[in-house]
Design a protein around this ligand. Sequence first.
Ligand code: SAH
Ligand code: SF4
Length: 355
Amino acid sequence: MVETRQNIKTFTFADLSAELKAMGLKKYRARQIFDWLYRKLAGSFDEMTNISKDERALLANHFAIPSLTVLYTDVSADGTMKFLFGLEDGHTIESVLIPDKDRLTLCISSQVGCSQGCRFCLTGSGGFERNLKAWEIADQVLTAEKYLETGGYGRGIKRRITNIVLMGMGEPLANFDEVAAALRLITVEHGLGFSGRRVTLSTAGLVPGIDRLGKSRLGINLAVSLNSAADEVRSRIMPINRRYPMKELLSACRRYPLKPRQRITFEYVMLKGVNDSEQDAHRLARLLKGIRCKINLIPFNPFPGSAFERPDEDTVARFQKILLGHHYTAPIRESRGRDISAACGQLRERTTRGG
Ligand code: SAH
Ligand code: SF4
């Protein structure tokens, strides 16, 4: 049967209010429906018990409430949980849930695949399929929360997600409009209600997108995948650097409006013999001077067929020590859930290629 009803998750709060008014319903119904959808995680109008039966039937005739399908989950020894979600057109995307002492972070995807082609990234090597719609981006949060609420995480844990990072598959700023609409659903008070301080978008460095994000007033945190302090090396491992070289990228970072106590995060994937020397560390320290930031050092997570290696622990520690000596905050971030291939793009690869 062809679906003729409208997907209610594609409506902003203002648009839904207008649509309900045109249907002859009271304005306050929009607030109630948003509350059911985004706070109480309702999957049908039948659950919306503070709305009369007749109106529920009218709504169910007019709107569909689709959601992502959980195709596969896997929990790693360190508690990291991977979701493989199915989309209506048969594509798949993934999210990763990362528990910490006082945080439960969900890492979500913004595209099916990625067109940026970074050499060290499995998603990048798989090519680009399509942009995600805003509701598909936000629904990763809803579907994961629903899964947790129904005890899917096991161990008797029913925690709510506290933080969201756009660091899964895809380049979020290459899908700006849909990502911004999703972030609005995630951060507005009558939507999912996350504080912008608990949401982080990671980009490979699309300069115009960084400027747009700064002007958007979304108030979320910015992370930039820098991965090298030398233009020629960065261009080799991240083709985007040829379009937006480091100088332009760092200027965009310098003019990015930060709130008090807010910092930009620079991600630095450490690749053996490529960007991990002491000279690289000093150069990085000089380059970021004057930017309110922290640097996340991420030892490369290898995958079958990758052309890079992970540096040994001593090299990583030496690199970190130099940055600390320059008074940077520079934690070493292990990719979590390595035993279940929870790094960028890897679960999808495993299940779609059957290896
Ligand atoms: N496209 C965005 C967000 C997704 S990638 C971006 O590039 O920022 C999220 C992070 O994973 C990036 O910082 C990227 O540098 C890192 N990453 C990709 N492949 C990796 C690998 N094999 N090992 C460790 N980190 C990796
Ligand atoms: Fe795309 Fe980010 Fe991977 Fe680069 S690192 S290919 S931008 S997902």
